[in-house]
Design a protein around this ligand. Structure first.
Ligand SMILES: Cc1cc2nc3c(=O)[nH]c(=O)nc-3n(C[C@H](O)[C@H](O)[C@H](O)COP(=O)(O)OP(=O)(O)OC[C@H]3O[C@@H](n4cnc5c(N)ncnc54)[C@H](O)[C@@H]3O)c2cc1C
Length: 577
């Protein structure tokens, strides 16, 4: 990608700093409350304590405490604290002496109930039909569909640029495609895509959502092509896709998706505002009616959405605390491939208004992180059929066509959790050939990230591996292609590694994707903790859970963003609230 001029980089740093400041400062002014009935919970003296809070006309009208705390000690607090809170219209009241634990639990539970219901003063209110939160693929696609149906749509994006993870993705888009696959003699079907997705995620996904994804992907591909997006004529197998059905866009990375969708949004007069961080979804009397966003100067603006809100804020791979909270077994402080804005805001905001979450512990690691940054770029090679992984002893340790979780776990068992990807001129025919991240082979070798040599032995010397060991590994790999009997059981075999120059790129585990998120149904409606639809709230893309189960197939996420983004955009306009 083009390098930014220094002055622009400085402005961006400033904008990011202002954004962070506005996010961390508590809002000013006396809050009011949104009408509705709310449930909150907290740990009490004798176990979990819950409250029902009713707000009417912007005021707390009643607080019912369901306590199992010790009678005689807790009952004074259970009676007196709610009265005091209603009188003060605040949770900040004095505790009852002698019943401090119960008092704290009641305050905690009422705060929990009012988390999503507390509305601080705003500087202005804007009215529209649909608000979309997040300008990645899912949000942009939802906006295209909603605006095509005639709705007035505003997209709010917290970063200074649109695109999120979508624009920095490798662009691989999975869809069954009889035209392309037929020409390459690849046998495929919707059923096969379903089986591989469902079983590849250990059957932890919602099968209805998987059916929606795999059935919708071919049409989503055509929809993009119909808007002018171009893909290569051949499909390939992106890492962890398990089958050759990944489509590579002609434009670099994910830029083709974002460019195509944004052009369609612009044509439909969708308003896209950057530096606009949404920090609250407004739910009144059960229904989602809008959001509150904070601009770069810290002003709070309320956006009322007559038809509804589409949540498309992406995942939480860049939020270390959230990763550890939901999966304490994850190695802390791993790098990530994600953009810095992938912090799970949408999941937190939706949970505050009662949304159910699903599969939050399923966090995808990839074995392909840059050792310095965790980034995914910087390595040479595209097709899993055409490269191998070797450890520091020059030995292969896993099939390169395996599931992503299997490959990463195998890497974690190797010395220093480190490996080299080895490929040859079949992947990179000339020094100017670009990888999926738009980088040339020449530039990667020049920058010292990757290594190249005319023989395997010379390459081994450059990367500090015993030349004889690496040569023996590559010879066995090539023999396995002839005999169709690979030493680590790889099934998708392509070219032999026998065409100079040979390349090596050092790689480590990195956090790549969060499969968990808000629970949705096949209409992309968000479901609450009681299993009911939250009227007016739709979600699509990586902010949702239940589509990929415990392990996402490579190339399925971009398909997910377009399939469910479209569904959310269509339904936010047409579904009766
Ligand atoms: C390096 C990399 C390569 C990848 N390659 C592939 C691939 O080849 N194929 C594949 O299928 N998948 C790939 N993925 C995964 C895929 O790119 C993502 O899952 C997908 O793009 C997510 O799209 P999205 O629209 O849900 O979220 P995003 O594209 O991340 O967009 C979400 C947007 O919401 C914004 N946002 C967040 N919070 C707020 C808030 N509070 N207020 C306003 N805006 C907010 C974010 O800033 C962001 O712009 C890759 C991911 C990465 C990181």
């Amino acid at each position: 990608m083009r390098k930014l001029p220094i002055w622009l980089s400085s402005i961006l740093v400033l904008v990011c700093a202002m954004l962070m400041m506005s996010a961390s400062n508590p809002p000013s002014g006396k809050p009011s409350y949104l009408d509705g009935s709310y449930v909150g919970k907290a740990e009490g003296h004798g176990g979990e304590l819950s409250v029902d809070v009713v707000v009417k006309g912007g005021k707390i009208k009643s607080i019912a405490v369901h306590s199992i705390d010790t009678e005689g000690i807790s009952d004074v607090a259970v009676k007196k604290l709610p009265e005091a809170m209603i009188k003060a219209q605040s949770v900040e009241v004095d505790s009852i002496s002698g019943a401090t634990m119960t008092s704290d639990a009641i305050k905690g539970a009422v705060s929990d109930a009012l988390k999503g219901a507390t509305l601080y003063p705003v500087s202005k209110t804007v009215a529209t039909d649909v608000v979309v939160i997040g300008a990645g693929n899912a949000g942009l696609a939802a906006a295209v569909e909603a605006s095509t149906k005639g709705a007035k749509v505003i997209i709010l994006e917290k970063m200074a640029f649109i695109g999120g993870n979508s624009i920095r993705s490798g662009g691989a888009f999975n869809a069954v495609d009889p035209d392309r696959q037929g020409k390459q003699k690849i046998e495929d079907s919707i059923d096969k895509h379903f089986q591989q997705t469902f079983e590849g995620g250990d059957k932890k996904a919602d099968p209805e959502l998987v059916h929606t994804l795999v059935n919708g992907a071919p049409e989503a591909l055509k929809w993009l092509e119909g808007m002018g997006m171009k893909f290569n004529d051949d499909v390939f197998t992106v890492l962890g896709a398990l089958w050759p059905r990944s489509h590579a866009p002609i434009d670099p990375l994910g830029t083709g998706f974002v460019k195509t969708l944004k052009a369609a949004d612009d044509k439909n007069k969708v308003q896209t505002l950057v530096d606009m961080k949404v920090n609250q979804i407004i739910r009144e009397n059960g229904k989602v009616t809008g959001v509150v966003a904070v601009d770069a100067a810290g002003a709070r603006i309320r956006y009322n959405a007559k038809m509804g809100v589409v949540l498309a804020t992406g995942g939480f791979s860049a939020n270390k605390e959230m990763r550890q909270k939901y999966n304490p077994k994850l190695t802390p402080n791993l790098g990530t491939t994600n953009h810095p804005g992938a912090t799970g805001d949408g999941i937190i905001m939706a949970q505050n208004i009662g949304a159910d979450l699903v599969g939050m512990e399923y966090i995808q690691l990839l074995p392909l992180g840059d050792p310095a940054s965790g980034a995914l770029d910087g390595w040479i090679g595209m097709n899993v059929e055409d490269y191998i992984f070797v450890n520091k002893d020059g030995k292969r340790f896993v099939s390169e066509a395996e599931r992503r979780d299997v490959m990463t776990q195998a890497l974690i068992q190797q010395r220093d959790q480190f490996m080299y990807v080895i490929c040859d001129a079949h992947s990179m025919p000339t020094p100017q050939t670009k990888n999926s991240f738009n980088q040339t082979a020449e530039s990667l070798v020049k920058s010292g990230k990757d290594f190249s040599a005319d023989t395997i032995e010379a390459l081994a010397q450059k990367i500090g591996i015993d030349p004889a060991a690496l040569k023996a590994t590559v010879d066995r790999y090539n023999e396995g292609i002839d005999s169709k009997n690979d030493e680590v059981g790889k099934k998708l075999l392509g070219n032999k590694l026998d065409k100079a120059p040979f390349y090596a790129s050092g790689r480590v585990p990195t956090v790549h994707h969060t499969m968990g998120g808000v629970r949705i149904n096949t209409k992309a409606q968000v479901i609450d903790v009681n299993g009911a639809v939250i009227p007016g709230l739709y979600a699509a893309g990586e902010v949702t859970g239940g589509i990929h189960g415990s392990n996402r197939l490579g190339g399925n996420a971009l398909a997910d963003t377009i399939v469910f983004g479209r569904i959310a955009g269509q339904n936010v306009v047409s579904t009766k609230k």
